[in-house]
Design a protein around this ligand. Sequence first.
Ligand SMILES: [Zn+2]
Length: 363
Amino acid sequence: MLKFLTKIMGSITVLIKKNLLILLFLAFFISTLSAKKDNYLKSTHLTGNTLTLTFKYKLDKVKFFTFKHKGIIKYVYDIKNAVLPNTQSIKKYKYVGVSAFRMGQFSKNYLRVVIESKYNNYKTYAVHGNLLVFNLPKVKKSKHSVPKKRRVKKNKKQLPTVIIDAGHGGYDIGASSGKIIEKKITLSLAQKLQKELSHRGYRTKMTRDNDKHLHLYERTDYANAKKGNIFISLHMNAAPRRKHRNYIYKGIEIFYMTGASRKKRYSNRKIYTSQWKKRKSYLLAKKIKSKMLSSVRKKYIVLDKGLKENNFWVLRGTKMPAILIENGYITDKYEGKRLTTSRYQNLLVKGIADGVDAYFNRK
Ligand SMILES: [Zn+2]
């Protein structure tokens, strides 16, 4: 009997223990259930191509489906037991390739997120605890995509203007050596440079596009009126009649303004010699010389005559950073001949354009 009683008592305690476990489990289940009922959306973030929703608790189930309407794919996410407070919204987000972000309390138990896009997206979302992460479609950069078109339009507004000044012209022929005449080469170089720079997307203005004479102040007046961002004057060098013994008369040299002299060449015109302009002019000269040399040196041996300060009028009468390029010596037997060829002029022009790109950080 005693044996039987203890047996019964034993099974009762086991029963109670079992029930207790079940009860405990039930209590836990109910508590988690009720917690999930108030799984509020706490915050939203859009960074790169991911949109992240942060909830108060670990997420329950997410039902996902898509449908197409008028060429637009609607990516629909129904998040179970999630609650949308009226302080949260994803309408504000802008993402290239997504035409709309929407979110709403679809039913008592479901929060619905809809992302509209015309792009296919294979990897759409992932759940990490209380985070729901959407992978937004990566838009392929094609000629016809919307974002690129927009970018080009924006760039057009901000395009820098390059003033190209072909040295000399008309009765002022510049330097000459036999049949080689400076004004002709500067015009040819200027026309090539104009073509190349506009091809690269710059706005260009030429002080002269034919064989006409211009005063120096007319060149700077024009540059200032056209609101150029930089000014490039093109010239050819020539050895003086009386040559210095230890000086080599060939190679490329570039001048930028010196602030030393305040004396004006034209009394009725302003000079512009700020430190900012000097610094920028030096930078422009440096970038262009380096690119010019690396361009021409692909085919020829060309001397680097360096960067020099000078108070040439075109360098001081311009509001914008300005340089004067001596592209080479027409008096040198080899360099002179070379300067008249299209092949060498193209190399010079490519170098100058590369330098302009480098100055504007476009390369
Ligand atoms: Zn000249």
